[in-house]
Design a binder for this molecule. Structure first.
Ligand code: AHR
Length: 502
């Protein structure tokens, strides 16, 4: 077998357009995502509305197009009415999903204001755990109806004359999970999702809806869940959700780095299930995918078990990410891009403090975790058209997978900017890999830059005191064999971004 990896792309051989919402994120009322994360009145960097401007700057650096809110498991016990109106009158509640106290001093309207400041938009979830179609349609009316009804006028009375015009709505969260407040069978959920979808769209026909798919490929009901839910909701929703987190509890890096192969299978299976129901219903409509929770999550599991319940904003799910976590995130981004024809939205879960690319101290510093970088590179440079990756690579077998390509790669062509960006992860833990890139269908190309993330210690992480321990740098670039063929060295265990002018 060849000891080099190769990527050939043909300009006209396209997977599809990248929907910018592929680079979405997620803010849940959980841990310090909101309180001490995006919102901390009294923090030295807080603006007049209490938003941390140091965090806002880091969020803007990611160019996040859409942020899912307010949960997550949280949403399944949430009364949206508790989170609007005069702050002094808002109710503190026991929050059962995460066993904390929710003060409700930050709510729907504050979130929409924050979205404007962060140059992003909202993906709003409704509660289909303890509540149903009526509360969901009332929320759409409060948020999106211009004026002249009790609920729309209430929003105006609360200081928001203009409707929020929230376009994308999730019909509940992880309703297949026994951990979910008000969890349901696929049939129970399919029915309530259909009825909620109908009335929400009767209030505002311009909205788009996401039905809950499986919480992970490990769920016993996967993928029958998707088939049953879509059987009920097919003509009333636009997307089905996928959620997936990976961990490395056994410290088996070779298997951990290969986890995105599971993500590839997950996406393939859900597309097949959507299309099966399409055929069954003789429908002309295609359901697309919203991968609205994905990330690495495992570092904080033990610490979370030791937290006392009923605190306000305790440090929950505060994974400190290392170098190899960033490589897994890079592979997951490549998996999403490879199916950009059908995966139209995706949300890295989450954005600040809670399994997040951005960390903060209460009252103190904010910094970038390792996973910030591949997410930022993909979001900033991965806009345009994904080209079919005609890729070959030496492969390896590990405990959990066989035939794992050492090099995972994809290319995105931004025709408007005249740029092509190749993203590549070298999963090899001890060897660099020569990587040939054939861009001959473009005529000629020149390398703009090779951005590289490598680290001698795959367990190295960034902290408040060492915020740049793991960070990208300029790579060695490429050796050009002609005007459109290039060879780069991908260092062992590295994330690479090769940008070309084409
Ligand atoms: O993102 C953390 C949690 O993971 C979410 O609340 C839930 O939807 C998922 O299980």
């Amino acid at each position: 077998m060849s000891s080099k990896a190769k990527l050939k792309v043909e300009k006209d051989f396209q997977v599809g357009e990248v929907d910018p919402r592929l680079y979405g994120s997620f803010i849940e009322h959980l841990g310090r995502a909101v309180y001490g994360g995006i919102y901390e009145p009294g923090h030295p960097s807080a603006d007049e509305q209490g938003f941390r401007t140091d965090v806002l700057e880091l969020v803007k650096g990611l160019q996040v197009p859409i942020v899912r809110y307010p949960g997550g498991n949280f949403v399944s016990g949430f009364n949206w009415e508790d989170s609007v109106g005069p702050v002094a009158e808002r109710k503190k509640r026991l929050e059962l999903a995460w066993r904390v106290i929710e003060p409700n001093t930050f709510g729907l309207n504050e979130f929409m204001t924050w979205c404007n400041k962060a140059n992003t938009s909202a993906m709003m979830a409704v509660n289909l755990g303890t509540r149903g179609p009526n509360e969901a349609r009332e929320l759409v009316e409060y948020a999106n109806h211009p004026s002249g009804t009790y609920l729309s006028d209430l929003r105006i009375q609360h200081g928001y004359r203009e409707p929020h015009r929230i376009k994308t709505w999730c019909l509940g969260n992880e309703m297949d999970g026994p951990w979910q407040i008000g969890g349901k069978t696929a049939t129970e959920y399919g029915r309530i999702a259909l009825e909620a979808a109908k009335v929400m769209k009767w209030v505002d026909p311009t909205i788009e809806l996401v039905a809950c798919g499986s919480s992970s490929t490990d769920m016993p009901t996967y993928p029958e869940w998707e088939a049953t839910v879509l059987d009920h909701t097919y003509e009333h929703v636009e997307y089905i959700s996928l959620h997936r987190y990976y961990g490395n509890a056994k410290k088996d890096s070779a298997s951990f780095l290969a986890r995105s192969l599971d993500m590839d299978d997950f996406i393939k299976t859900v597309i097949a299930t959507c299309d099966y129901i399409k055929a069954k219903k003789r429908s002309k409509k295609t359901i697309n995918l919203s991968f609205d929770e994905w990330n690495v999550w495992y570092h904080s599991h033990e610490a979370d078990k030791k937290l006392d319940p009923w605190q306000v904003a305790p440090p929950q799910l505060e994974d400190v990410y290392n170098h190899q976590d960033a490589l897994v995130v890079g592979c997951m981004l490549i998996s999403l891009l490879k199916r950009a024809d059908r995966v139209k939205m995706a949300c890295m879960a989450q954005l600040v403090n809670v399994i997040a690319p951005i960390m903060t101290e209460n009252g103190g510093r904010a910094w970038k975790q390792t996973i910030y970088y591949p997410y930022m590179h993909a979001s900033v440079f991965g806009r345009g058209t994904v080209l079919v990756p005609l890729a070959t690579s030496p492969k390896y077998d590990c405990a959990d997978f066989t035939d794992v390509p050492y090099v995972e790669t994809v290319a995105v062509h931004n025709e408007e900017a005249g740029e092509l960006t190749v993203f590549a992860v070298n999963r090899h833990l001890s060897e660099a890999m020569p990587f040939e890139i054939d861009l001959r269908s473009f005529g000629s190309a020149t390398l703009i830059e090779h951005i590289l993330m490598e680290c001698d210690d795959v367990y190295a992480a960034n902290t408040a005191d060492q915020p740049n321990r793991v960070a990208p740098r300029r790579g060695a670039g490429t050796v050009d064999s002609d005007e459109a063929s290039f060879t780069a060295q991908l260092p062992k265990a590295s994330w690479n971004v090769l940008r070309f002018k084409v």
